[in-house]
Write a protein that binds this ligand. Structure first.
Ligand code: FYN
Ligand code: ADP
Ligand code: MG
Length: 604
């Protein structure tokens, strides 16, 4: 406004008429331009309109060439734009938002290195069946295909394809609607996964008639269609389950993702069959539930005769369904169980051992079909099976209670996590994010979960680095308190995002299990030279100061009492908080509970 007023004061009478005409023409020109503009739209706005049309309201990303303006325009258009310090965390955030909401989480990055930084998260999403779309700006095709050395030149589409469920590129503004629709449907339909959408820089400023642009957009109808299982498959499964003398149900994170909580609980309780929750399925039924066999894991797996897998794959986490874990005589020998597999992917069955009754469909439809097919009066499992499990469970629970009751100085994982166990029980709506090796494995068995989708962890890949991205997305998506239990090494992968937590003032409390190193902190350099062991960190590092640096609360806790006070204050204040829990550096074991995966261990 100011600039306009200064110009009119200076002009003489005669020339003014002419100028006025010229000005009118200019204004007319601008008006026409404006009218034209009103009648035109561009790539920027079509991307925004397409996402909004499909109910996408949050973007996780990191601005830079060529998507800085798009990032600004997304926020200007009223979308929530969460900006990170590293694309890997933005990608992890998008992936877990997809897992929690069944809508694809959107990660927006710059070209080449930004795209590559987010690629780990895209691959992790595909591996974990989390629906996300990685949208990356990219260099011009003509230059890239001639390898002429464009700015951040890379054939991102070709590189993404092997790691994504699907990958697309849009070259023309009129195809943006189709591109985003295809990406959304690919991310959430069937087995969800990571999708890559490549948008070369040139497509954003391209203009098109506004009406044509609007008509080119697609509101995806029924993006994740229900997939009803075949009735004979359901009958076969029911028949096999009914014949079992030692039945077991295994709930995987696919069951948690399905948001069919009531039906899954009804199936478990109606049959009376013991169930084993995989780590991210904990809470689908409260971990204190009578039928939980989590505390008798290595008893039920080899002893069961019929096992129903619901949204759980027979991958490494279940020893591929064979070997000693399942009572097999050797590492490759089958244990003799009969398997029922409820999974939306028709290819999953027989991935490792024979599946005797595959039930292919979305878990909600499959479980309700099983419930309907079972009718009433389902015979409860034989008492000797239930009693044997109860006995083994009681033994393990008593053993753990004894360990938890100890109060050693310095704290160890048990005494610290005993506090966490109480805090989560008192705050069942809080979301627990968890990574590390020992920090992960001890938390999984010690901290009971009470509600579905409240435990977010390293998942299928056992990946380190998800901590802060998952915590930020969980707080943004749910508004709930988030507590992140982190190994000190694992925290290092995404630690800088504590600035992001403070910038958005998120109710995230990070608890670092500080044992001064990877797995433990007491290893020494065998050569005696000055360099520390590669597994050891700075002794007694003051991680809490990192959070204080950005205005959050930082607490150093050396006793369970201090830890409990700090956690209760964090939950009460909902302030960004980092608690540096000082753990005995000799408390951990190599790789936690998967020491056997280390080649040396294998040699032994
Ligand atoms: C479990 N247990 C319990 C309880 N819950 N005892 C008492 N009370 C409770 N609430 C018992 C359970 O019966 C087992 O004892 C033991 O505790 C461990 O249970 P867990 O953790 O469920 O089972 P296990 O054997 O460790 O399972 C194998 C696994 C798991 C591979 C699925 O370790 C896992 O998910 N690991 C993830 C590792 C990872 O990704 N790490 C990140 C990379 S680290 P028993 O029945 O007596 O055996 C890179 O270096
Ligand atoms: P702990 O609680 O056992 O000390 P840390 O978080 O300190 O757990 O250590 C976990 C370790 O997992 C990692 O530091 C590391 O050795 C191993 N690891 C390293 N990189 C990865 C990765 N990308 N994904 C999975 N595990 C990894
Ligand atoms: Mg550690």
């Amino acid at each position: 406004m100011d600039e306009v007023s200064t110009r009119s004061a200076a002009r003489p009478a005669a020339s003014t008429a002419e100028d006025a005409l010229k000005q009118k023409a200019r204004d007319a020109g601008t008006a026409i331009e404006a009218a034209q503009q009103l009648q035109e739209t561009d790539g920027f706005h079509l991307v925004i309109d397409a996402l909004k049309l499909n109910g996408i309201d949050t973007i996780f990303g990191l601005p830079g060439i060529p998507i800085t303006d798009l990032t600004r325009k997304l926020q200007a258009a009223g979308m929530r734009v969460i900006s990170f310090r590293h694309e890997q965390s933005a990608g992890y955030a998008a992936s877990i938002a997809g897992y929690m909401t069944q809508k694809p989480g959107i990660c927006l990055t710059v070209s080449a290195p930004g795209f590559l930084n987010a690629l780990t998260a895209l691959a992790n999403a595909t591996t974990n069946c989390f629906p996300m779309i990685l949208i990356s700006g990219s260099s011009e095709r003509e230059v890239v295909d001639l390898q002429q050395g464009d700015y951040e030149e890379m054939d991102q589409l070709a590189i993404a394809k092997p790691l994504a469920k699907a990958a697309f590129r849009v070259l023309h503004v009129e195809d943006i609607g189709i591109g985003i629709a295809r990406a959304i449907r690919a991310a959430v339909s069937g087995r969800p996964g990571g999708v890559y959408l490549d948008l070369p820089a040139k497509v954003f400023p391209q203009t098109i008639d506004a009406d044509v642009g609007k008509r080119s957009l697609i509101k995806v109808v029924d993006p994740a269609p229900r997939q009803i299982p075949a009735p004979d498959a359901v009958q076969r499964a029911i028949g096999l389950l009914k014949s079992a003398m030692r039945p077991l149900i295994i709930l995987g994170k696919g069951a948690a993702y399905a948001q069919a909580d009531a039906d899954i609980r009804a199936l478990v309780e109606k049959t009376g069959i013991p169930y084993l929750p995989m780590s991210m399925a904990k809470g689908l039924l409260p971990d204190t539930h009578d039928q939980s066999a989590a505390a008798a894991r290595s008893y039920v797996l080899p002893e069961a005769d019929v096992v129903m897998l619901i949204g759980a794959r027979l991958n490494w986490l279940l020893s591929h369904g064979k070997g000693k874990t399942w009572g097999g005589k050797s590492s490759k020998a089958w244990g003799g169980q009969k398997f029922i597999q409820v999974d939306i992917s028709p290819q999953e069955a027989d991935s490792n051992v024979r599946i005797d009754a595959p039930v292919v469909g979305d878990i909600g439809s499959c479980v309700s079909a099983l419930l309907a097919g079972m009718g009433s009066n389902w015979p409860s499992p034989p008492a000797d099976w239930l009693d044997a499990i109860a006995e083994r469970r009681a033994k393990n629970v008593a053993k753990m209670a004894e360990t938890l009751a100890k109060d050693p100085a310095p704290m160890n994982f048990h005494s610290a996590l005993n506090v966490m166990r109480d805090i989560v029980r008192a705050n069942p709506d809080a979301i627990l994010v968890n990574e590390g090796a020992n920090a992960l494995d001890f938390t999984r068995s010690i901290v009971d979960m009470f509600k579905p989708r409240k435990r977010l962890d390293v998942g299928t890949w056992g990946v380190m680095g998800i901590g802060m991205g998952f915590s930020i997305a969980a707080a943004v998506v749910s508004g709930e308190q988030v507590i992140a239990v982190e190994g000190d090494s694992a925290f290092g992968f995404s630690g800088m995002e504590v600035e992001t937590i403070c910038r958005y003032n998120l109710p995230v409390c990070v608890v670092i299990m500080n044992n001064n190193g990877v797995y433990r902190g007491d290893e020494v350099n065998p050569t005696g030279a000055a360099d520390p062991s590669p597994l050891v960190f700075v002794k007694d590092a003051r991680y809490e100061k990192l959070m204080e640096a950005f205005g959050g609360a930082g607490v150093r806790a050396t006793t369970p009492v201090e830890l409990r006070e700090a956690l209760e204050e964090a939950v009460r204040s909902r302030k960004p908080t980092l608690i540096n829990a000082v753990i005995d550096e000799g408390a951990g074991t190599e790789s936690g509970r998967i020491t056997s995966l280390n080649p040396t261990a294998r040699k032994k």
